[in-house]
Ligand binder design. Structure first.
Ligand code: HEC
Ligand code: HEC
Length: 237
């Protein structure tokens, strides 16, 4: 029966298969995988799914994530601003681009099944709307804002990975540069380009548009230009 079950699961794209306690055990395993950076085989990956996604209906105060909440994610008709129409593809986009997963998670492997059971468990509604995701393609300067707001934005959006400004204390990984000190090297690395523009490009494009690395990108729904402008003021850029 296992072979049949796996085959059917592949056809249905991760639809649950099997009864009784199996889905619950799988969901528990999926929750553990969701919170574990070792889901990715890369020793250079510091991120788990939970680094970038909450699973509660709304983000708790003081937390701004690049990724949407995954509450009700399995009930959405599409993902990544409509670009992905299979949930596993939406997950693999993160797995490969942010978590250095190298090869995609396959539909019939136990880890994918378990993640699906967990994502289903945090999706209590039958249907939920697709969430918008607006990528800023052409990088433009943003009006600077209030430094106090900027500090709050830094703590909510950047500090978890980059640690304290100037020292990096408490950062998730030494791969995450110390802000804003890293911009001192930008005259050499990006001659003629204002430092703020390099930072805006990193925040808005993440690893994409030829930028490289594995930091996630922030759409305008996650981080408004106003909050980004306040953040730049706080960073002295
Ligand atoms: C480094 C940050 C990061 C990590 C790690 C990450 N994601 Fe994402 N994820 C994002 C961003 C950014 C988006 C795009 C915005 C959005 O649609 O939520 C996204 C989008 C998604 C979406 C589409 C949501 C939607 O409704 O559009 C799903 C599903 C998803 N991620 C699942 C996962 C899972 C499962 C993992 C772990 C295997 C994971 N992500 C790891 C940042 C991350
Ligand atoms: C999920 C973790 C994570 C979050 C959240 C995050 N970063 Fe990063 N960031 C990284 C990592 C890891 C790198 C180094 C790899 C790379 O360049 O992608 C990096 C690199 C950067 C760089 C490039 C540094 C250089 O070497 O030129 C800048 C600028 C930056 N981040 C700014 C920010 C700002 C501003 C925020 C908040 C809006 C933020 N980051 C949020 C993980 C993160």
């Amino acid at each position: 029966m296992r072979g049949l079950c796996a085959g059917v699961a592949a056809l249905l794209v991760l639809a649950g298969c099997g009864g009784g306690d199996e889905p619950r055990a799988a969901a528990d395993y999926g929750e553990a995988l969701f919170q574990d950076a070792r889901l990715s085989p890369s020793e250079y990956n510091p991120f788990s799914c939970a680094t970038c996604h909450v699973t509660t209906p709304a983000a708790p105060a003081g937390r701004i994530d690049s990724g949407h909440t995954l509450y009700n994610v399995a009930a959405r008709p599409s993902w990544w601003g409509g670009n992905e129409t299979r949930l596993l593809d939406a997950v693999n986009f993160c797995y490969v681009n942010f978590m250095r997963g190298v090869t995609k998670l396959e539909a019939d492997e136990p880890r994918s099944r378990a993640l699906y059971e967990y994502l289903s468990r945090i999706s209590p509604d039958a249907q939920a709307p697709a969430l918008p995701f607006t990528v800023v393609k052409d990088i433009q300067d943003v009006p600077r804002g209030d430094a106090t707001r900027g500090e709050a934005v830094y703590r909510a959006a950047c500090q978890g990975c980059h640690g304290a400004t100037h020292t990096g204390e408490g950062r998730l990984t030494s791969q995450a540069s110390v802000l804003p000190e890293v911009t001192r090297d930008y005259d050499e690395a990006f001659p003629g380009i204002p430092h703020a523009q390099v930072v805006i490009e990193k925040v808005r494009h993440g690893p994409f548009f030829g930028v490289g690395g594995n930091m996630p990108l922030y759409g305008t729904e996650a981080l408004s230009d106003a909050d980004l402008g306040a953040l730049l003021t706080y960073l002295g850029l």
